[in-house]
Design a protein around this ligand. Structure first.
Ligand SMILES: [Zn+2]
Ligand SMILES: [Zn+2]
Length: 220
């Protein structure tokens, strides 16, 4: 399973267009799952081209939560796809859901659900800002992929643990009350809005990774 970071405000990759927001492609043996779409669709398309990712090859699209920096690139992608499956939290705006339905097969998620083989949604989590995260079953164990982690990473992990032992966390981690619980996770890749990135890097130098493309088959 490969993860390609397609939208982020930081990157070490030459010619990657940095912009506030997040998007990540999950490549399984069979499916391409796009998780979030950043803000600027042109930036997203540019970075997709950089990594040879084509909209027409995306079968499943998952939006984590309704923040502008995660959903706004959506219509640029839908324009190039062939009526994909789109998974949104059930609590999304009715008007937005109706718009998305014009271009896709829309699934409204409330409970944990399978997106495709090896890829699951946590279902809706959180109170103030409802968000879904992805649970990825890799050869290394469960990897959690978050948009902003507004419901709190600990809550997200609690749900993800039902799917197996947690190997890694990738994505925006927003505000963490405490980082102590990260100690038991061997692979940490904070991206996007993570506020305490340097603290995580200092506390867990062996498990910390800079946000970037990663293959979970090749990792030792
Ligand atoms: Zn957010
Ligand atoms: Zn965000």
């Amino acid at each position: 399973m490969n993860l390609k970071i397609l939208y982020n405000n930081e990157s070490g990759v030459k010619n990657f267009m940095k912009s506030w927001g997040f998007s990540c492609l999950v490549e399984t043996d069979k499916n391409n799952v796009l998780f979030d779409t950043g803000w600027d669709g042109n930036v997203l398309l540019h970075n997709m081209e950089l990594f040879d990712v084509k909209p027409e090859n995306i079968q499943n699209l998952v939006l984590s939560h309704q923040d502008w920096d995660h959903i706004s690139g959506l219509n640029h992608i839908l324009a190039g796809t062939d009526f994909p499956e789109v998974y949104v939290p059930k609590s999304f705006s009715e008007n937005l859901k109706n718009e998305i339905k014009r271009y896709s097969n829309l699934f409204e998620v409330s409970n944990p659900v399978e997106i495709c083989e090896g890829v699951y949604s946590t279902g809706e989590l959180g109170n103030e800002k409802i968000e879904q995260s992805l649970i990825l079953q890799t050869v290394k164990g469960v990897v959690v992929l978050t948009g902003c982690a507004h419901p709190g990473l600990e809550n997200i992990i609690k749900t993800a643990k039902r799917f197996g032992k947690i190997y890694g966390v990738v994505g925006g981690l927003h505000d963490l009350q405490s980082i102590d619980f990260l100690e038991e996770i061997p692979f940490l890749m904070p991206c996007h809005c993570t506020r305490h990135k340097n603290d995580i890097k200092t506390a867990f130098p062996d498990s910390y990774h800079e946000c970037g493309n990663i293959s979970f088959n090749e990792l030792r």
